[in-house]
Design a protein around this ligand. Structure first.
Ligand code: PMP
Ligand code: GLN
Length: 387
């Protein structure tokens, strides 16, 4: 038999699926794969329910239902002061994942270079490699996750087509500062490169920090593909409603890809997402405040156990150094052992690096009810400090 595509068949099953299966097998508290406890906001779900009966369920327009595209444009104005023409500069996708695929398949020519910052969300490299690009990796590492200016500069060349950034960043929980974004923007402008900006955690920023969109940096409005997701903004990860904001010269080739990848996204979920994006500021503040409280609870518990906890500035992930509790194996051993022996699941941070990863950090998701977090902490305490 002739072989399947070698790039994608070379990858194993994603770390999230592997760890969730192990968690299910052992009945552990699953703080591995990032998905919130609960079922998302009642009113947003109610709009989705009603739209099933009140609105058409046939193919919606390829670019998305107008009310969601208008809501995306208004959301950009409200939170970033951006003036967006909804008819020419917004596109609805089936999740941020499809947005990322459409952006790269639509913009990359084989041989183009794409700069990525490790640790990487899992679909980035497979998509970019399948699009025919040559990935150029710049690495940041715990505990400070600082951006190495010199390495970044070296990564850019005349062949650079784009840089893919993720802020707030999974799994680093780093929120890029305006200065860091400016350094990236300067290089994009110098090398005539685009920026694909994965901002799915844009509303999950803590301690008074502010999420800055790359689209707001001088000269980047026309060069940035900004991506959001209902999965994170409304804690509805199964919905897979994503949205892209980009200037027409970038959006047009991306939409050409989208029309052949998925063409559309379920219309009732689009309508409910439109409603959600129009919710008042209290909702968005509440989302961040609640998540910050969960971060504090988890951080406190992890510290009580004796873990060195890396600062978490955004997202719903927190990273610890497993050496601090005297664990001698690597992060993969740790996550397996923790699931089986302690009944708690995390994910190994090494899974987010391509080569020579750091091997003593693991990531916990804290987008959970207090009782879930407390039970996880209780189990880990009993495992680390048996009486
Ligand atoms: N980017 C990042 C950084 C993520 O963490 C996720 C979450 N799964 C996604 C993209 C994918 O989002 P979606 O579920 O909307 O496809
Ligand atoms: N984004 C989620 C995480 O980082 C998982 C998404 C998935 O399972 N594909 O945990």
């Amino acid at each position: 038999m002739k072989p399947a595509n070698s790039i994608l068949s070379g990858y194993g099953t994603t770390v999230f699926e592997v760890m969730s299966s192990l968690a299910n097998e052992h009945g552990s508290v699953n703080l591995g794969q990032g998905f919130p406890d609960g079922n998302g906001p009642d009113d947003v779900r109610a709009v989705a329910h009603a739209a099933l009966d009140d609105s058409p369920n046939q193919y919606p327009p390829m670019f998305g239902v107008p009310e969601l595209r208008q809501a995306v444009a208004q959301h950009n104005k409200r939170f970033h002061g951006l003036d967006i023409e909804w008819q020419r500069e917004t596109l609805v996708t089936s999740g941020a994942t499809e947005a990322l695929a459409a952006a790269h398949f639509g913009l990359i020519e084989p041989g183009d270079e794409v700069i990525l910052i490790e640790p990487l969300y899992d679909c980035y490299l497979p998509i970019i490699r399948r699009a025919g690009a040559v990935p150029k990796l710049v690495r940041i590492e715990p505990p400070d996750w600082s951006l190495p200016g010199a390495a970044l500069k070296t990564a850019f060349s005349d062949k650079t087509k784009m840089i893919l950034i993720n802020t707030p960043m999974n799994p680093a929980s780093k929120v890029f500062t305006r200065d860091e974004l400016q350094a990236i923007a300067d290089l994009c402008l110098e090398h005539d490169a685009y920026c694909v900006s994965d901002e799915v955690y844009e509303h999950l920023v803590f301690d008074g920090r502010k999420h800055v969109s790359m689209m707001n940096l001088p000269g980047m409005r026309e060069r940035t593909v900004r991506i959001g997701s209902s999965g994170k903004t409304f804690s509805l990860t199964g919905w897979k409603v994503g949205y892209i904001t980009a200037a027409p010269n970038l959006l047009t080739p991306i939409a050409k890809t989208h029309q052949y990848l998925t063409f559309t996204t379920p219309p009732n979920l689009q309508r409910a997402t439109a409603y959600g994006l129009g919710k008042d500021d209290r909702y968005f503040r509440g989302l961040a405040d609640d998540m910050q409280r969960s971060r504090d609870r988890m951080q406190r518990g992890l510290k009580e156990i004796g873990f060195d906890v890396i600062d978490c500035h955004g997202t719903y992930f927190i990273t610890v150094d497993i050496r601090s509790i005297g664990f001698n194996g690597d992060d993969v051993d740790f996550c397996r052992t923790l699931t089986i022996d302690a009944g708690v699941t995390a994910v190994p941070v090494s899974a987010f690096y391509q080569d020579n990863p750091p091997r003593h950090f693991v990531r916990f998701s804290f987008c959970k009810e207090d009782a879930t977090l407390d039970e996880a902490i209780r189990r880990m305490k009993a495992w680390v400090h048996p009486s």
